[in-house]
Ligand binder design. Structure first.
Ligand SMILES: Nc1ncnc2c1ncn2[C@@H]1O[C@H](COP(=O)(O)OP(=O)(O)OP(=O)(O)O)[C@@H](O)[C@H]1O
Ligand SMILES: [Mg+2]
Length: 252
């Protein structure tokens, strides 16, 4: 279960993030990078963040701890920057917090992760169809001498089609993954030989436990997915189908 706390102060926007994430302080005395529900991409990117971070933990890819953040009206009301105020006003209620890694720097290749960790990151990105780990946008931080994966909102993008179409696990299972632009392509150990061992860690129960961390209110029901249990099951089915295929495994 993700811990839940309340934003006590909005500190500053992170302008380099496309979704205008912001640094906030919270009632648990933590400092978080807040990903706001009211940002243009909607709550599905927050679902992807939680699911992929949970899968990452199962394959020992370091990801900063996630929390659920309640945002109350006064925090938004007293924000001077108009763009930020609009975003906060659109984000009252539940948001996502990513534990801030103080002093972390963006990955630039000068301190590459060990080949084995790089291979697990590539495998995770291929599994979740995450195209957002390129040199233009590495979404890796180097902190405390280690490599941390952040920003998984673009993964599992097929869920954006769910409002108008039934989920199609078989199609997702067969979607190839283009590893050629991956920022760790040249430092990762061969990925295909690791597939069986990594896939075995993502049992249906383990995946269901990860999906259970997503709050009900972020699971959008559709004519094909009439309740939140059906939406949760759809994520499980999607991943189970993909794990049973090797169409997407780089080098397979
Ligand atoms: N947990 C963290 N600790 C320290 N810095 C962070 C953390 N999370 C994000 N950042 C910083 O904020 C930037 C934006 O974060 P992130 O990539 O998650 O946001 P985004 O809006 O989804 O970005 P994008 O522009 O890639 O879509 C990162 O590139 C990084 O510099
Ligand atoms: Mg990013």
């Amino acid at each position: 279960m993700l811990e839940r706390t309340t934003v006590t102060r909005y500190v500053t926007p992170l302008r380099e993030g496309g979704s205008l994430p912001g640094v906030v302080e919270a009632a648990d005395l933590g400092t978080y990078v807040a990903k706001f529900r009211g940002a243009g991409q909607g709550v599905k990117v927050l679902v992807a963040e939680i699911v992929v971070a949970g899968l990452a933990a199962l394959v020992d890819v370091p990801v900063p701890r996630l929390v659920l953040l309640d945002l109350d009206a006064p925090i938004a009301r007293y924000e001077a920057d108009e763009e930020v105020q609009d975003l906060l006003t659109a984000s009252l209620g539940l948001n996502l917090g990513v534990d801030l890694l103080p002093g972390a720097f963006g990955y630039d290749g000068s301190a590459p992760p060990p080949p084995d960790l790089a291979a697990r990151i590539v495998w995770l990105d291929a599994l979740t169809a995450n195209v957002d780990r390129t040199w233009a946008n590495p979404n890796l931080l180097v902190w405390n001498g280690a490599t941390w994966a952040i920003d998984h909102g673009a993964a599992l993008y097929v869920h954006h089609s769910w409002p108008s179409k039934a989920p199609d696990p078989a199609r997702f299972a067969g979607l190839p993954y283009d590893v050629s632009r991956h920022v760790l392509r040249d430092v990762a150990a061969p990925v295909a030989p690791r597939h069986d061992e990594l896939a075995a860690r993502l049992t249906p129960d383990a995946v269901a436990a990860v999906v259970a961390d997503v709050p009900d209110e972020w699971l959008e029901t559709t004519p094909y997915l009439p309740d939140v249990a059906a939406v949760r099951a759809a994520y499980g089915d999607l991943l189970a189908a993909r794990l049973a295929s090797t169409a997407w495994v780089p080098g397979a």
